[in-house]
Unconditional design. Structure first.
Ligand code: CO
Length: 615
């Protein structure tokens, strides 16, 4: 028997950290039998982000993925990551939903549940642990590691003791940001092993360049299971490399017993697979030591960079990264992991992009301050609290104690598009995109997002340049045309100066209709005139009563009607951006005279969503 066991992360955290969770089941199954032969303690294959990406982007049924993996991996435990009372969603579910979900996951193929809570509030883990024990599966009670004035070794040892008392089968350290130093990891593992009698897992991200050393120190101090990722998807925001650690421990008293030769086949396979997803590659694949200051976890950096890229604001990444620790302190130092990483991250993005801290506050930050995510680890900033929720009282009980059983209600809501309980749970996790997914599946119209081939992208680039010297053949005669200049874009009859077989000619072009050419225009054009209408057809903001969004997103609720009187600061819209709901307020007091959006519309910052005629 080997001394150190390995959990392989390539099917979950590896691609989540490096290619925005886009790996498809079709790329997992062909190598599954090889993975199954290695002898990993477990393979992590399922979790909130993989479930979300399946439904949102890949248009795959996540339950189906689990079922196929279960079949393809008969000899290896399958691990999943579970966000305690949040399950795989972004809110707390009632206890009956937690039980139903865990049972379905266990029946479909999950053997090991790594259960964590973003606040490290034990009350949020309790029911999930009970549920896992009731279906006789393995519960890893997980410590969301972070550093702050309140998070020291003693804090985590106490938490581990409580998790042991709740019946967990092992204790996991989840260092999602790569904050652990080798020395601290050694100390933490040593203290944990001294205080509890359960096996200990170490999960640490390589973001800051410390994780391999963390693993070695953990091993030397008694850790039982290390989480690593195959080199095809390792390091950077991902994890230390499986093959390297296997080699490092080979022949020592900690030998993993895994076969380096066999691992090579897996590596070669996934290296090819990764090329297919180049468009999702994180900008952060190397060592990023900023994390030691800003504490932003790998998955969050990868998502933030994708989000900022979409908004054309990638150049503001450093400002956002600097704002994150300030927001985190305001909120009482929550560890940064889903969903607190999104809550803190989105608020930090808003604080930077809206030109003022807490000028706009997300609903999630308000709910957080109302105690709905659990107890903040430290005191929150009273000024921010006042600004967000005024004099409202925060709850002090376990948040889920306030929830009525909701399975029956979910079942009846989903009746028309859900075929079974797994469908109901998909809808429960993601009410909007889950419902759309199930409806499209039933209609046979699911369309996975497109993967760009490198050729297609160079063709797109080529399409931005119009030819300026060419031959044309008309009725059998070939003429040589060279464009030598043109008048300005926007002139009603635009002159073009061309040479036809060497003879100068002037041609007038009168525009009757236009088609869109991608950015860049022609090299001979004059200044581009800003259109009064965005490509969506909505007007561009032109007066102070125009309500706009700071971030691209999807309209969740329109709270006003034409003719309504509003005060400046009244909520008029709710949009979902970066998976968070955010209220948009009236810019001026006055009367709503036009509404250019409806629920479900995608919106961007350069368009007017609602127009208010100021008083
Ligand atoms: Co992780």
């Amino acid at each position: 028997m080997s001394k150190i066991h390995v959990t392989e992360l390539v099917l979950r955290d590896g691609h989540q950290s490096l290619i925005a969770t886009r790996m498809r089941t079709e790329d997992m199954l062909p190598i599954a039998s090889k993975l199954d032969e290695i002898g990993f303690w477990s393979l992590e294959a399922w979790g909130g982000a993989t479930f979300d990406a399946c439904v949102r982007f890949l248009k795959e049924d996540p339950w189906e993925r689990l079922r196929s993996l279960r079949k393809a991996l008969p000899n290896t435990r399958i691990n999943m990551l579970l966000r305690g009372q949040n399950l795989l969603g972004y809110r707390h579910y009632s206890d009956d939903v937690v039980h139903a979900f865990v049972k379905q996951a266990a029946d479909t193929g999950v053997d090991v549940f790594r259960i964590f809570d973003a606040m490290n509030d034990i009350r949020n883990l309790q029911t999930a642990i009970e549920a896992v024990k009731s279906v006789k599966k393995h519960a890893i009670g997980t410590l969301s590691f972070t550093t702050s004035p309140v998070h020291d070794v003693a804090y985590f040892v106490n938490m581990a003791k409580e998790l042991e008392a709740l019946g967990c089968d092992s204790i996991g350290v989840k260092d999602m940001a790569g904050l652990l130093t080798p020395t601290l990891a050694g100390e933490l593992v040593r203290e944990l092993k001294a205080a509890i009698s359960l096996p200990v897992h170490m999960h640490s991200h390589a973001t800051s360049g410390l994780a391999s050393m963390v693993m070695l120190k953990s091993v030397e101090n008694g850790v039982d299971i290390i989480d690593t990722c195959n080199s095809s998807f390792s390091e950077g925001a991902s994890h230390p490399t499986t093959e390297s650690l296997v080699a490092a421990l080979q022949g020592t008293e900690y030998d993993t017993g895994l076969d380096l030769g066999k691992l090579q086949e897996i590596t070669a396979y996934f290296k090819e697979v990764r090329k297919k997803y180049w468009q999702f590659e994180s900008e952060f694949t190397g060592v990023d030591t900023r994390v030691l200051v800003n504490q932003v976890p790998g998955g969050m950096i990868s998502n933030l960079s994708n989000q900022l890229k979409e908004q054309g604001a990638l150049d503001r990444m450093d400002e956002v990264l600097a704002e994150i620790p300030r927001v985190r302190e305001d909120l009482g130092f929550p560890p940064l992991v889903t969903p607190t990483s999104q809550i803190v991250g989105t608020q930090a993005v808003l604080n930077i992009l809206t030109g003022g801290r807490y000028k706009s506050i997300t609903n999630e930050v308000k709910n957080y301050l109302l105690g709905q995510y659990g107890k903040a680890p430290a005191a929150v900033n009273a000024e921010v609290r006042q600004k967000a929720i005024g004099d409202a009282q925060a709850i002090t009980c376990r948040p889920a104690d306030l929830l009525q059983p909701e399975m029956a209600k979910l079942q009846s809501e989903a009746e028309r598009f859900a075929n079974n309980e797994q469908d109901v749970l998909t809808y429960a996790m993601f009410p909007d995109i889950g419902k759309t997914f199930l409806q499209e599946r039933n209609a046979g119209s699911l369309q996975p997002e497109q993967l760009l081939s490198k050729e297609a992208v160079s063709q797109q680039a080529a399409a931005r340049f119009a030819p300026n010297e060419f031959n044309i053949t008309l009725h059998g005669e070939t003429y040589h045309i060279k464009l030598t200049g043109s008048g300005h874009v926007g002139e009603e009859r635009r002159p073009y100066y061309v040479k036809v077989d060497g003879i100068s000619e002037e041609v007038f072009v009168e525009t009757l209709s236009e088609m869109e050419v991608s950015d860049g225009g022609t090299s001979t054009g004059g200044k581009k005139k800003a259109a009064a209408v965005a490509s969506s057809g909505r007007p561009r903001p032109s007066h102070p009563g125009c309500v706009t969004t700071a971030m691209p997103g999807t309209i969740v609720t329109v709270k006003v009607n034409v003719g309504d009187k509003v005060n400046a600061g009244d909520g008029v819209l709710v949009i979902e951006a970066m998976k968070m709901e955010n209220e948009i307020q009236a810019s001026k007091a006055g009367t709503v005279v036009a509404i250019h959006v409806a629920k479900g519309d995608s919106v961007t910052p350069d368009e007017t969503l609602i127009e208010i005629q100021p008083d």
